[in-house]
Design a protein around this ligand. Structure first.
Ligand SMILES: C=C1C[C@]23C[C@@]1(O)CC[C@H]2[C@@]12CC[C@H](O)[C@@](C)(C(=O)O1)[C@H]2[C@@H]3C(=O)O
Ligand SMILES: O=C(O)CCC(=O)C(=O)O
Ligand SMILES: [Fe+2]
Length: 348
């Protein structure tokens, strides 16, 4: 008899029906339940009818394409990343590389205004587009976090969103540009037998360290989410939707009930891909700790309290693909921690 675990069944479901798509215009109670299930099962979902104005997205996208179309010497004036600024191929400071160029910005308006001078010949226009975009996606992030707090029955309904709304929030905006092969920054030293355009990793596998990530891309495919092992699910591109994923900090706050999903981006297209990613983060001094409602005798505390500053320090000392949350566990993880509580199910 072949026995399939609950995780295997979930993975099969994801492969068969694709990633969950949640219509935010549906009844609040339904939306809450759908978000809960998606965060528990995959740590990932898409939202439609999200309320982020089209023109705000279009202005940000236009600024992004305009910047990446500049000659390398112009773009380099906004780099190297410190971690903020323009980067090409090098991701972080520990040797990670990908077929990507990017702009990483702090969400603080003062920092945006300073960075804009090196990014654009019209810094005011650029910073306005960025500020408007951040404001709109932050509102969406907060709306989703409020729904999460409510469905998890956390008494303070803004316990999660207030971390991102805080003026000292460490939230970031990242623009990733994956140029097609032959456009100047593609891989010239691949030994693979696959054609160059099919095997180029743009942004290697990782989890996002923050609370919640909101990603919007143009119509070009590339994003993939992990179902564990070598199983990767491509996320069909949809410029009208936002991809939402749970970050490490939310996994810790939910005491492991929500999963910070591993994902990556391939640069395997003939077209340029542009993704615009908001990482909702708490202030540096904020404490991240499993919420008391998430800790019970049956589900003892999995993570020790840590400040966001401490978590960032560890993050930046490690490679992109590291499972950094493990350093904050109260106990050594056992193999069964990756599965859920449901009974194994006989499938044949
Ligand atoms: C290799 C690295 C780049 C990164 C910092 C790190 O040391 C490990 C995590 C990376 C990541 C992934 C998600 C986001 O894109 C990012 C901004 C973040 O917060 O963590 C990047 C970091 C980066 O590119 O600076
Ligand atoms: O560009 C993408 O689609 C994904 C990149 C990503 O996951 C990241 O920057 O953290
Ligand atoms: Fe990511």
């Amino acid at each position: 008899m072949v026995v399939a675990s609950a995780t295997t069944i979930r993975n099969e479901r994801m492969r068969a029906v694709g990633v969950p798509v949640i219509d935010l215009s549906r009844k609040r109670s339904q939306v809450m339940e759908l978000i809960l299930k998606a965060c528990e099962d995959y740590g990932f979902f898409k939202v439609i009818n999200h309320g982020v104005p089209k023109d705000v997205v279009a202005r940000m996208e236009e600024e992004g394409f305009h910047f990446f179309a500049k000659p390398a010497s112009e773009k380099q004036k906004a780099g190297p990343p410190s971690p903020f600024g323009y980067g090409s191929k090098n991701i972080g400071f520990n040797g990670d590389m990908g077929e990507v160029e990017y702009l990483l910005l702090h969400s603080n308006p003062l920092s945006i205004s300073q960075a804009s001078n090196a990014i654009s010949t019209d810094p005011t226009k650029f910073s306005c587009a960025v500020n408007e975009y951040i404001e709109a996606v932050r509102d969406l992030a907060c709306e989703i976090l409020d729904l999460i707090a409510e469905v998890l029955r956390i008494p303070d309904k803004s316990a999660l969103s207030s971390l991102i709304r805080d003026v000292d929030s460490d939230s970031l905006l990242r623009l990733n540009h994956y140029p097609p092969p032959g456009s100047g920054i593609d891989c010239h030293d691949c030994n693979s037998s696959l054609p160059r355009h099919q095997n180029r990793v743009g942004f290697g596998e990782h989890t996002d360290p923050q609370i919640l990530t909101l990603l919007r891309s143009n119509e070009v495919e590339g994003l993939q989410i992990s179902l564990g092992g070598e199983v990767w699910v491509p996320v069909p591109p949809d410029p009208t939707s936002f991809c939402i994923n749970v970050g490490d900090a939310l996994q810790a706050m939910t005491n492991g009930r929500f999963v910070s999903v591993r994902h990556r981006a391939m640069a395997n297209s003939f077209k340029s891909r542009l993704s615009m990613i908001f990482f909702g983060a708490p202030p540096l001094h904020a404490w991240i700790s499993p919420l008391s409602e998430m800790v019970t005798p049956q589900k003892p505390r999995l993570y020790r309290p840590f400040t966001w500053a401490e978590y960032k320090k560890v993050t930046y000392s490690l490679r992109l693909g590291a499972t950094r949350l493990d350093f904050f566990r109260t106990t050594t993880p056992s193999p069964s921690d990756d599965d859920d509580e449901e009974q194994d199910t006989a499938s044949a």
